[in-house]
Structure formats: structure tokens, C-alpha cells
Design a protein around this ligand. Sequence first.
Ligand SMILES: [Mg+2]
Length: 347
Amino acid sequence: MNDTYTPINEVGEFALIDRMKAVLDAPEDADVLAGIDDDAAVYRIDGDRVHVVTTDALIEAVHFDRVFMPMEYLGFKALSVNVSDVLAMNALPRFATIALGLPDNVSVEMVEALYRGLKHAASAYDVTIVGGDTTAARFLTLAVTVIGEAGEQNVVYRSGAQPGDVLCVTGDVGAAYAGLKVMLDQRRAMQDEGTAYQPNLEPFHYVIQRQLAPLARLPIVQDWAARAVRPHALIDISDGIASEVHHLCTQSGCGALIHAATLPIAPETHSVADLFAEDVDTYALFGGEDYELLFTLPDDDLEKLDPESFTAIGLMTEASEGVSVQMPEGDIIPLPFTGYQHFEEEE
Ligand SMILES: [Mg+2]
């Protein structure tokens, strides 16, 4: 034992994970194809089949506030974020287990509502919930494990991007962060004005739904398989485009140039950024929790994709060129490696 005490927020989430890996010092296992460094672990089960496994927890007061997160949505989101990590390996989700930590201010009916949300998501993603664990806890916690399957040759890692690849994203980005901004603002108003305050969330329906009930992009991955398209590299957007592009570049040994003017941003997200007098490109690049898929593929493969299903937002470059963004005004600036990281100190 040693007596050193390093506060976790001094090193941050990613350095902490490196420290954990150093302790495990896992020996090489020929059946393990991906481990801690990707969206999900991948290992061979039989012949050319692989399992893809991921676990993500949602913790009260860290990931959600019960005032704004109805139990059904919480269940739906908890499964969605895990399914998204399986899809981010180009695999299909199959089975899930649920570990619940329940404080004494959660009722049986609330747990049933949570499970209705889990069931709704399970049927949307064709996932079977096969078990889990239930325990007492200080805060409501929900840890979900999802197991997916794929052919070994079909798995796509973060590490496959090549200079010259086009960088693409599904759906739109920044909306989940806009939804969070609106909800935090409404909570502040309720605290300031008391119970008489009547929140009007109707104009913000789209962005709030993107925050509370994100839909993982299963149909996109199914469509790629139907069209026999396999991206070079793939990651899902949980911490924001900037952070995810840096992960792709680090693991692929590439650089990237993003064209901010091409970022797909919903009109509702623009409205929220205008309301708070903030830059909507910041929401799109650094806001997290969109659960869209970010992928790279060669120019020639773009025409094989459904043109409605993605937006090309940049190009992969040589590592020496770094990771940068061309702003709508034309200037090119380095893209900082920031996004949502746990254990960072609050400003
Ligand atoms: Mg991920």
C-alpha cells in the first residue's frame, strides 16, 4: 500500500482509465479483438462470430435530475446509450442486463415505470432483457450491460480511419445539449420563483426529447449491412463531436479538418442558442449526448449510402496536420480536445 492520495478530479476520466489499465496489466488474449480503448469490447465466441459488450451507468444527480427525467424516459435512455455503443462497433444488439440501485424514495410504481421505458427501448432495438440485479443505494443508479453480435470481418473500430477519408455524421448534433440548457434554465426559474412557476416547455419539445429519450441509430447500421457498406472507422457521439474526432484521430494515427458550416444543426437547436445568445457551433462541436454515429469512409463509398442518412462534415488528414475546424467565416483553428469528461471540477 502507499499513502499517496490523488483526487480523481486532478487527473480526469481518461487518465483515470489509463491508471486502471496499468493495474490490470491484462495479458494478451488472442480472442480479444478490442478492449477498453473502443466503444465496446469485442471478443471471438465461435468461428468468425464475435460478441460486443458494453456497460454504461446513469447516476442520479450526475447524469439526470429526477425533476426533469420521468422514469419511463430514464429506462429508455439507459438502454439507448448502451445500444449506441454496440452500434458504434457496427454490431447488432441482442441481450441486456440491468443493475438497479434504489434509494428509499423510489416506489414500486416508479420502478414499474422505469421498466416500461426499458421495455419500450428493448422492442425498438430488438433486444431481450435477460436479467440483472437490484440493491439498495443512496441515489438512484441504473447500470445497463448490452451484448451484441457481429461477424468478425464486419466489426468497425475507432482505429480504421485513413487520410483522405470523408468524415460523416448521422442525424443532427447539438440538440441534446440545447435540451439540457433549457431544462437547467427552467429548474433555475422554478427555484427562483417557487411553486407558482409554470414552465412552458412546448417550444422546446424537440431538443428536450433529444436529451431525455435519445434514439440510437440501429436502422443506419442495418442499412449499411443491406448496402454492403462498411465504414473505415466508427464511434458514437456521447461526449461531443470534438472529443470523438480526437478519439478517432488518436487511434487511427490521422488528423482531421471539420467544416463547421456543414455541421447538421436542427432549427430548434439554433433557436435555443439564439435565446441564450450563445454560438450554436459550440453546441454542435462540444455538446454531448447526441448518440449519433460519426464515421469515416473513402470518397467512392459515399454514393453507396442513403443520401438522407448522413452529412459529410470534413476530411481525415495526415496526423501531422492535427485536428482543426474551419469556421463558417473561413478561418481554420485547432479543435480543442474537450467535451464532457467526468470528474472535472465545476467552473
Ligand atoms: Mg461510445
